[in-house]
Design a protein around this ligand. Structure first.
Ligand code: 3PG
Length: 210
């Protein structure tokens, strides 16, 4: 399902997880991510500004892979898709959100951190799942162990990933792309420090090569 989108995410390799308080800063932030080599973002529904930010980014940069994160109910999923989100991510496995996305042909990457969660995704034909919270759930060792029973699955690990450990995740054969918020710190967004954000992204892209 949705192979082309997942291939694009894989090719970028890194998904910035964004929490934005002011939608007026969305275009500036997206421009910084693109300049930094990461034309992709998971804009989380942890703020009131998420929906409007997705709308603005989709309009200003139609090619950018903007998805919605922290989609913990169907209402958020509907809002995200209407705003232009190209994919839906959630921290956990919410069957109603996943089933709504599948029924509406919307790419969905639900969060999992146990084999039981994973089997819920498998039962629905999903091929890509978010591994969250990655570091405290066993990190790279957990991914290695999951590759045994679930060789057909790819994961997007997030949670506790940084410049220091991202390469160790990225080189796992069952990792589609790595995600995290360290590239898009709140104070840098608040201060419209677009060059600084672009620079952090560039460093992350270099670290990704290992
Ligand atoms: C997420 O939702 O993916 C996480 O909040 C990202 O985790 P991090 O802030 O540790 O990168």
């Amino acid at each position: 399902m949705h192979e082309e989108l997942f291939k694009q995410i894989h090719d970028i390799g890194l998904v910035p997880v964004v929490k934005i308080e002011d939608a007026a800063k969305a275009e500036g932030l997206a421009g910084a991510l693109i300049k930094g080599g990461l034309p992709c973002a998971e804009v989380t529904f942890r703020t009131e500004a998420a929906e409007e930010s997705i709308k603005r980014i989709s309009k200003a940069y139609p090619e950018m892979l903007v998805g919605a994160g922290t989609v913990i109910n169907i209402d958020f999923a509907k809002k995200a898709v209407a705003a232009g989100a190209k994919f839906i991510v959630s921290p956990g496995f919410n069957p109603s959100v996943v089933d709504w996305c599948i029924a509406n042909n919307v790419p969905v990457v639900p969060g999992v951190c146990t084999p039981s969660d994973i089997e819920q995704g498998l039962a629905r034909g999903l091929t890509t799942l978010k591994f969250f919270p990655a570091e405290v759930s066993g990190g790279v060792d957990m991914l290695k162990n999951l590759a045994g029973p679930f060789p057909q699955l790819k994961f997007m690990p997030t949670g506790g990933i940084s410049l220091a450990n991202l390469a160790s995740y990225a080189k796992q054969s069952n990792v589609l792309a790595v995600g995290g918020s360290w590239m898009v710190k709140a104070d840098l967004i608040d201060g419209e420090q677009w060059d600084a954000i672009a620079q952090i992204c560039k460093e992350a892209v270099v670290a990704l090569q290992g």
